[in-house]
Design a protein around this ligand. Structure first.
Ligand SMILES: Nc1ncnc2c1ncn2[C@@H]1O[C@H](COP(=O)(O)OP(=O)(O)OP(=O)(O)O)[C@@H](O)[C@H]1O
Ligand SMILES: [Mg+2]
Length: 215
């Protein structure tokens, strides 16, 4: 059912107005890897991960997703992507369970794995509590649940362990270890531990072009 995936960026450049955030970034990432996007605050890690997810567009250059060497249409990319993002807004007036149910409705999926995913992130006991009484770590766990609900081929995580306790960090470790076997994991991070889960880096401070995947 699932094939080999590849994300290829060529001379990827993003500007906001006249400010160049990053320029001529090149990389190729294949199924079976976990890659970190690193760089100083403001270097463009979150911007790059949003471009990979197709939430934002590049200013120039190209970024494409391939399934078995066939280019995936831009408008279909979201089907393959799970995104743990600090910018994601969840619904405070709904419970954890209802938030996930809403997302799977929007995605046009069934609801049969919601309980399983809630168990995986350690929120099953609190699934019926409204989000407005969740702690920040509980909300972060729900964002992880949201990202893995449809078992995506590409898991993008922007600072995934922020606000998480020791057990929460282990959840991210386990999910990353599981996904990087035959899927793609990309983590935007300044955190040494998150970086250690990955085999190579796309360093946005490094103005020379990056070559990654195993070397
Ligand atoms: N919508 C926007 N309009 C204008 N500038 C923006 C916008 N979004 C981001 N930027 C700018 O782009 C740069 C990169 O921001 P980004 O959030 O990608 O950095 P980051 O590497 O994720 O930083 P951090 O380590 O703090 O998370 C910053 O200078 C930021 O001000
Ligand atoms: Mg960021």
């Amino acid at each position: 059912m699932s094939g080999e995936f590849k994300i290829k960026a060529v001379n990827l450049t993003r500007k906001f107005d006249r400010r160049t955030i990053f320029e001529n970034v090149n990389f190729e990432i294949n199924s079976g890897s976990a890659i970190a996007i690193t760089g100083k605050n403001g270097s463009g890690k979150s911007t790059l991960i949003k471009i990979i997810s197709n939430l934002l567009s590049q200013s120039s250059g190209s970024i494409d997703l391939y399934e078995n060497n066939n280019k995936v249409k831009r408008e279909n990319i979201f089907r393959y992507i799970g995104f743990v993002s600090p910018y994601l807004n969840l619904y405070d007036e709904f419970s954890g369970f209802e938030n996930l149910k809403l997302i799977s409705n929007i995605r046009g999926e069934g609801h049969n794995n919601i309980d399983l995913v809630l168990q995986k992130v350690g929120l099953y006991q609190r699934r019926n509590d409204l989000l407005k009484i969740y702690s920040s770590g509980m909300k972060q766990r729900l964002k992880i649940a949201f990202a893995i609900l449809h078992n995506p081929q590409i898991l993008l995580m922007d600072e995934p362990t922020s606000n998480l306790d020791h057990d929460g960090v282990s959840i991210v470790d386990n999910i990353t270890d599981e996904y990087k076997i035959n899927k793609i994991v990309i983590i935007a991070t300044n955190d040494e531990h998150e970086r250690s889960l990955c085999s190579s880096d796309i360093n946005l401070n490094d103005s020379s072009n990056q070559k990654i995947n195993g070397e």
